[in-house]
Every structure is written in structure tokens, then in C-alpha cells.
Design a protein around this ligand. Structure first.
Ligand SMILES: Nc1ncnc2c1ncn2[C@@H]1O[C@H](COP(=O)(O)OP(=O)(O)OP(=O)(O)O)[C@@H](O)[C@H]1O
Length: 335
């Protein structure tokens, strides 16, 4: 009979390495799965494993055979049920393995975006930036705008949003996909929520609307107040400083894209939201004049009621407001 001492003496450095790697893998898997719906299922599988082992030890042939038979198929069942979680884990590992150069490029793209937001905010120009997550934003928007396909540079973003009538991209949202400027002039579905801050017009309603229908991270700049806010999953933050914004975007980018596997929060149907955005488009097309845009804005604000749906993240709720920006241009600009 092998004693524990014999066992320990027979161990080689390879066994130690083997065991160490196994421990790290199990620890990493548990950390990645922490808080997901996989944990209770894995616990159930562990219970089945325990039952199989106990049944074998007690020579309960029928039970042991049945449970072993089930466990043989469990791996396939788990792959099917948890394909989204597995995808997330692999994506997460892939992100970690990305060369430093890629991460630096992502960091610099984020700071370009934040620089653009800061410049636009100081100039009191409104803007809407949609950072696409896993869900294709183009499937939920009411108007796809114009293709841009450019690197994410502050100068390009600012140029796209200068409110002159000859600049056909300034109206609507800028869509950022894979940290590139994909499109501009995108029209978002308006949220149908009626408990919104009355100060929020159609731009903010569009920001909330697109975030309700997708897992995108949306940045909205108020032309009237110069405030910078973030919207995610239908929740709008308090005003943020550019530093807070940068930290939030970086954190969001570092998160594995598990968002798409979660259900979007309950919202009015996409058709209704799209209809509302279309009515905005119709009004906009009806006349390009400033008076009609004023009517659109008023309409957006009239639909609003006092209470506000806020981002439920404390950091956002207690952030200082961006009030030190000097207004340089008047609402509406030339466009
Ligand atoms: N659904 C939408 N999708 C994308 N952009 C939109 C949408 N609705 C409005 N906008 C943009 O927002 C601009 C201003 O709209 P409005 O004044 O109603 O917004 P707001 O929420 O009050 O924002 P601000 O505080 O900047 O005035 C429009 O000229 C248009 O460029």
C-alpha cells in the first residue's frame, strides 16, 4: 500500500508544475465565472460527480452507471448552455494577450475621444458619441447616417460636429466601432420613457433610446449646458468631468463584452422607439430651418416629466458638474 510519504517522495518537479498550472487554471476560471449563472450549474455538476464517486465506492452499480452516463454528456450540455460565457472568457483572455502596442493604441484612441469631448464641451457644441459594444448599433438606429471609416482623432471628431449647414455630418450621432470612427449623422431611436429630466431634449432621449436597445456606451454632450454625461443600458449619469469620462470609458473597454449576453432592460418596443425617432427625422426633413429644429427640441422636452432616471453608479451620482466651461457659441450654431 502507498503511504502519503511514498506519494510525496515519488513527486517530481513536473508534478509540481502540473499541479501549479491546474490550480492557476481553476482559480482563473472561478474568478471569471464569479457572479455568473454558471456557478450554480457547476455546483450541481460537482454534486453529481460526488454522487457518482460515492456510488462507485459503495458498489451501487446502477446509480453509478446512470450518473456516469449523465456526466459523459455534461460537457456537451455545458458548452451549449454556456456558449456566451465561454465566448466571454476567450475574449477576455484574448484581450489580456493583446500586445502592449494594441493596448497603447486603445488608450490613445480613448484620450483622443475625451479631448474631442472636452473641446466640444468648452465650445458649447452638442454631440452624441456611440461606442458600440457587442450588439450591432446599426440594427437598432433609425437612420444609419454617413460612412466615415476614419481613425479616432480629436480633430476629425470636432470637424465632423462643427454646426455649419454645409457640414452634413454635424446633426445626429457619431458611431465608433472598434475604436474607429465608423459613421456620423446617425439617428438614434428615442426612448419612450416619460420620467425624464425636463431639461433633456431629443439628443438625450436618443442617447437613452439607443442604450436601451443595445449594449453601447453613449456619451452625450449638452449644447445648452455644456454637460458631459454617459448613458448605458438606459441609465444616464450625472455630469462628468473629462477625467471621469476617460476613466469610465477605459473601464468599460477593459470589461469583457458580456453585456450582449444579458437581456436589455425592459423598454418600449423597438418599433415604437424607431417610430418616435422617425417622427424626429420627418420633422427635420420637413424643413432645415432653425425654427423647425426648435420645434423638435421643444417637442422632446414637452414629453418629459420631472423625475429623472439616473445611472445607479455612485461614482456618477456624486460627480462634480462641469460648470467651468466657457460658452463660445450659441445653441443651434449655423446648422
Ligand atoms: N434621435 C437622435 N439621434 C441623434 N441625434 C439627435 C437625435 N435627436 C436629436 N439629435 C441631435 O440633437 C440636436 C439637438 O436636439 P435637442 O436640443 O432636442 O437635444 P437636447 O437633448 O436638448 O440636447 P442639448 O442639451 O444639447 O440641447 C439635434 O440638432 C440633433 O443633431
Amino acid at each position: 500500500m502507498v503511504t502519503p510519504r511514498d506519494f510525496i517522495e515519488a513527486l517530481t518537479w513536473r508534478d509540481g508544475l502540473d499541479f501549479g498550472i491546474l490550480l492557476i487554471l481553476v482559480y482563473a476560471a472561478l474568478r471569471l465565472l464569479q457572479g455568473t449563472r454558471a456557478v450554480p450549474v457547476l455546483l450541481s455538476v460537482a454534486v453529481f460527480g460526488g454522487v457518482a464517486a460515492a456510488a462507485s465506492a459503495l458498489d451501487m452499480v446502477a446509480v453509478a452507471a446512470l450518473v456516469r452516463y449523465f456526466l459523459e454528456y455534461v460537457i456537451i450540455i455545458l458548452i451549449v448552455v454556456f456558449h456566451q460565457e465561454l465566448r466571454r472568457i476567450l475574449l477576455h483572455m484574448g484581450q489580456r494577450l493583446l500586445p502592449q502596442g494594441h493596448r497603447d493604441a486603445a488608450r490613445s484612441a480613448v484620450s483622443e475621444l475625451v479631448v474631442a469631448v472636452e473641446r466640444l464641451s468648452r465650445a458649447r457644441l452638442g454631440a452624441l458619441f456611440i461606442l458600440q459594444g457587442e450588439i450591432d448599433v446599426l440594427d437598432v438606429v433609425s437612420d444609419r447616417g454617413r460612412e466615415i471609416d476614419a481613425s479616432l482623432h480629436a480633430d476629425t471628431l470636432v470637424a465632423l460636429l462643427i454646426p455649419y449647414s454645409i457640414n452634413l455630418t454635424h446633426d445626429g450621432a457619431v458611431l465608433i466601432q472598434n475604436l474607429r470612427i465608423a459613421r456620423a449623422g446617425v439617428i438614434c431611436p428615442l426612448t419612450q420613457r416619460d420620467r425624464l429630466d425636463p431639461a433633456f431634449g431629443t439628443r438625450h432621449r436618443g442617447a437613452i433610446g439607443v442604450s436601451e436597445e443595445s449594449d453601447a456606451l453613449v456619451i452625450v454632450l449638452s449644447e445648452e449646458r455644456g454637460e458631459i454625461r454617459m448613458v448605458h443600458r438606459g441609465a444616464i449619469s450625472d455630469p462628468l468631468t473629462p477625467e471621469q469620462l476617460e476613466a469610465r470609458i477605459s473601464r468599460w473597454l477593459e470589461q469583457p463584452r458580456a453585456e450582449a449576453s444579458r437581456q436589455a432592460p425592459p423598454s418600449e418596443s423597438l418599433a415604437v422607439a424607431k417610430g418616435a425617432a422617425r417622427s424626429y427625422m420627418d420633422l427635420r426633413k420637413a424643413s432645415e430651418s432653425a425654427s423647425d429644429m426648435t420645434a423638435v427640441r421643444r417637442r422632446g422636452k414637452e414629453g418629459a416629466a420631472p423625475a429623472d432616471e439616473k445611472w445607479n453608479d455612485n461614482d456618477f451620482l456624486h460627480s462634480p458638474s462641469v460648470t467651468d466651461f466657457t460658452p463660445l457659441s450659441r445653441k443651434g450654431g449655423e446648422g
